[in-house]
Ligand binder design. Structure first.
Ligand code: FAD
Ligand code: NAI
Length: 474
């Protein structure tokens, strides 16, 4: 017998679980199907983000940063540390505990909001505008009937052709978060977000880190000035970043040997104890039975959706990493809320121009809106205001004066078009710029707002003042 629901969500990552909760809040009968499990076979809600992404990476980034402070930063504050050592096993156990707390938190939220959870793989059985049947295979064997289906199946790491992940020598993000001992020589393929964050973790703990990146430009998605500063700082930290490389061969046997050509086309060879491959992610559509029901994929294999996350099938929606757009947890969540509201007949809205990006390295990098290179390409006249943390009292007191804040505003209207931060707590500081942009604020609006002293946020105000060439502290 089928169990009837208004909405069935396939996938319990940040896109799916948030969509399920919002739909339940709006009075609908909701089920969520997710197949992720702990090593003991228990449900582990939260998807990539909670299990092998955002949360565990931030736990290890924090642990390794604490170690780096103790090793290199405390002395300046007059604090002496003796017998400093890293207990990797304990660090990993703490990370796992943080993950489990989040897994359990989502199960609790499902109970609180009366979302029915089914543990297993969900796939389309049949359906049309009159309703859909979703089969669940796994711990829970069921057939669920639904008026609406939200597909939120996420993404998986892309492997180098001919080099499968074994998570012992050749690691994906899951393996990179669980290396049992600090590797002496760590190779990373891809200087993207995963490569830089995971490279930072193991570099801080003592690995010799080499990052091999195919593109000739470092971090082309970020503002050029920020990327240049980041490259300089990461190189100074000891990460050897090689751009414009082409990997020709990888062999893994006791150690990993990577053959590649460098930016000048010269053949090179490097040996590593472990190799992290972080070259992007692919959408998860296997097992959905998409072809049988005619669910359309785009040319890159993502589920094809319109700007409201509608697929080609009636009452079937798709959100998060499995559809176009940035692969970010908060983007998935926003789409989840918007779709739940659209199903309930309400307004749903995602403004892609105000989705912030954060890279949790040290220094952190965060931005929202346009970069200078985008504005130049688009022929938009703008004014830039920059303020360095070197001139910020709180940053000096913290002992972290790296980086700057940069605001980009329309030359004619002063409306903020982009904000870029590289420096301490960039992940938190960017929120002010996001709010300002959502409200269509001008740079002058930020310049006129009272910011607490001493605080890092004063750098945002000063950058806004710099747009009008009237900084007070520089
Ligand atoms: P997912 O989180 O991938 O969840 C999909 C879920 O669906 C999974 O549980 C999967 O098992 C399940 N599933 C798939 N197919 C089926 C099926 N047929 N039936 C049942 N269940 C199924 N983003 C940020 O915004 N901030 C960060 O700091 C950040 N850090 C990251 C660090 C790393 C190392 C990685 C790899 C990613 C990081 N991301 C970060 C990206 C973020 O994890 C993703 O953008 C986010 O998880 C996407 O959410 P989602 O709900 O679309 O998919
Ligand atoms: P990415 O797209 O950020 O970076 C991949 C990098 O690998 C690119 O620079 C690309 O040019 C390079 N590359 C591709 N093929 C290559 C090859 N054959 N040889 C060498 N280099 C190659 O992808 P990544 O780092 O795997 O992360 C996946 C996604 O997860 C990101 O797009 C991001 O959205 C998300 N994420 C977000 C985080 C955050 O918000 N802080 C943290 C980690 C991941």
């Amino acid at each position: 017998m089928t169990k009837p629901f208004d909405v069935v969500v396939i996938g319990g990552g940040p896109g799916g679980y948030i969509a399920a909760i919002r739909a339940a809040q709006l009075g609908m009968q909701v089920a969520c199907v997710d197949e992720w499990k702990t090593p003991a076979g228990k449900p582990a809600l939260g998807g990539t983000c909670t299990n092998v992404g955002c949360i565990p990476s931030k736990a290890l980034l924090q642990s390794s940063e604490n170690y780096a402070h103790a090793a290199h930063g405390f002395a300046e504050h007059g604090i002496q540390v003796q017998g400093l050592a890293v207990d990797v096993a304990r660090m990993l156990r703490r990370k796992d505990k943080v993950v489990r707390q989040n897994n359990d938190g989502i199960l609790y939220l499902f109970k609180k909001n009366k979302v029915s959870f089914f543990h297993g793989r969900g796939g389309f059985v049949k359906g049309d505008a009159g309703g859909w049947e979703i089969g669940v295979a796994g711990a829970d064997e069921e057939v669920l009937a639904a008026k609406h289906v939200i597909v939120a199946t996420g993404s998986s790491p892309r492997a180098l052709p001919g080099t499968p992940f074994d998570n012992k020598l050749v690691l994906d993000n899951e393996g990179a978060l669980a290396i049992p001992e600090v590797p002496g020589r760590l190779g990373v393929v891809g200087a993207g977000v995963v490569g830089l964050e995971m490279g930072s973790v193991w570099r801080r703990l003592g690995s010799e880190v080499t990052i091999l990146e195919a593109l000739p430009t470092f971090l082309p998605v970020a503002d050029g000035e920020v990327a240049k500063e980041a490259f300089k700082l990461f190189s100074k930290q000891g990460m050897a970043i090689q751009l414009g490389v082409r990997i020709t061969r990888v062999s893994a046997n006791m150690e990993v040997t990577v053959e590649f050509s460098d930016s000048a086309g010269e053949p090179r060879k490097a040996a590593f104890d472990q190799l992290i491959v972080a070259i992007g992610r692919l959408p998860n559509t296997d097992g959905l039975n998409a072809e049988a029901v005619g669910l359309k994929l785009d040319e890159r294999g993502f589920i094809a959706v319109d700007e409201d996350c509608r697929t080609n099938l009636p009452n079937v929606w798709a959100i998060g990493d499995v559809v176009r757009g940035p692969m970010l947890a908060h983007k998935a969540e926003e789409e989840g809320v918007a779709v739940a509201q659209r199903i309930a007949g309400q307004h749903g809205h995602v403004d892609f121009n105000t989705v912030p990006w954060v890279i949790y390295t040290a220094p952190e990098i965060a931005w929202v809106g346009k970069t200078e290179q985008q504005l130049t390409t688009d022929g938009v006249e703008y004014r830039a205001g920059t303020f360095p943390f070197m001139a910020n009292g709180r940053a000096r007191a913290l002992g972290d004066t790296t980086g700057f804040v940069k605001l980009l505003a329309d030359a004619r209207t002063d409306r903020i078009l982009g904000a870029h931060v590289i420096g301490p707590m960039a992940s938190e500081l960017i929120a002010e710029a996001v709010v300002a942009m959502e409200f269509g604020a001008a740079a002058e609006d930020i310049a006129l707002i009272c910011h607490a002293h001493p605080s890092l946020s004063e750098a945002m105000k000063e950058a806004a003042l710099a747009v009008a060439k009237r900084t007070l502290n520089l």
